[in-house]
Design a protein around this ligand. Structure first.
Ligand code: ADP
Ligand code: MG
Length: 235
């Protein structure tokens, strides 16, 4: 579905991504794990065209999107939930969800999708008329994911959904990420520092260190790998 081939991305002179190869197949949950500053968010920015790579190729559903503008990439169905759950704080939950469906015209399906996200996150249904800024961190993350779902993503990019949240909320959000993948067949690219949970949630994983992919394998193999256990799992 998505293929990154030999991607090199820079911020001025800073060489943030070095010869990155990643492949995501339809229906998979793929995780990219790595320490702070490894280049995980930059990988997502390169896919979305926000920070286009200087060299290499990104192919989405057989089309080269390497230099495609972000709005076109979004309209093809690549939807990102950015780090730090940027919702619209002054808009209500319901209005935030409507913003997610902004580009769509299929009114009936939009209605069904709203019902679906309220089913996934009943707390958002209870708070539909509350402004986003007054929600807890966990609820804001739920809203950010729900807003992305309202865009009817083909490929959902999640940037550290666990960041700053209590373990019990993180568990809840990750089990819903799995559920979305299973029920909606949405392909998911999950970027995380929480390697343990990410590897337990995804099918395959990539490890990034200072801009390079250093490991790529099934999550089962990565969880059993001594180097990964020492460096990322603390066991
Ligand atoms: N806007 C930017 N300008 C300059 N350097 C940046 C910028 N964003 C990120 N970087 C640098 O690129 C590298 C990768 O960062 P990032 O992709 O944010 O890592 P991660 O998401 O894995 O924490 C880091 O060295 C970071 O300092
Ligand atoms: Mg990041």
């Amino acid at each position: 579905m998505l293929k990154l081939e030999n991607i090199n991305t820079f911020y001025g002179n800073i060489h943030a991504l070095k010869n990155v190869d990643i492949e995501i197949r339809q229906g998979e949950i793929i995780t990219l794990i790595g320490a702070n500053g490894a280049g995980k968010s930059t990988t997502l920015m390169s896919i979305c065209g926000v920070v286009p790579p200087r060299s290499g190729k990104i192919v989405f559903e057989d089309e080269d999107i390497t230099q495609t503008p972000t709005d076109v990439i979004v309209s093809r169905g690549i939807i990102q939930v950015p780090e730090g759950r940027r919702i619209f704080p002054a808009l209500t939950v319901r209005e935030n969800l409507d913003m997610g469906a902004f580009l769509r015209k299929d009114k009936e399906k939009i209605k069904m999708d709203i019902e679906y996200v309220f089913e996934l996150f009943p707390i958002l249904a209870d708070r539909r008329n509350q402004v986003g800024g007054t929600l807890s961190g966990g609820e804001q993350q739920m809203l950010a994911i729900s807003r992305a779902l309202m865009a009817s993503p083909r490929l959902l990019l999640l940037d550290e959904p666990s960041l700053g949240l209590a373990p019990i909320i993180v568990q809840q959000i990750f089990s819903i990420i799995k559920k979305i993948n299973e029920e909606q067949k949405t392909t998911i690219f999950l970027v995380e520092q929480n390697a343990n949970l990410a590897l337990k949630t995804a099918h395959r994983g990539y490890v990034m260190e200072t801009g390079r992919i250093t490991q790529a394998d099934t999550t089962k193999a990565l969880l059993a790998n001594d180097k990964i256990r020492d460096a990322y799992l603390g066991v």
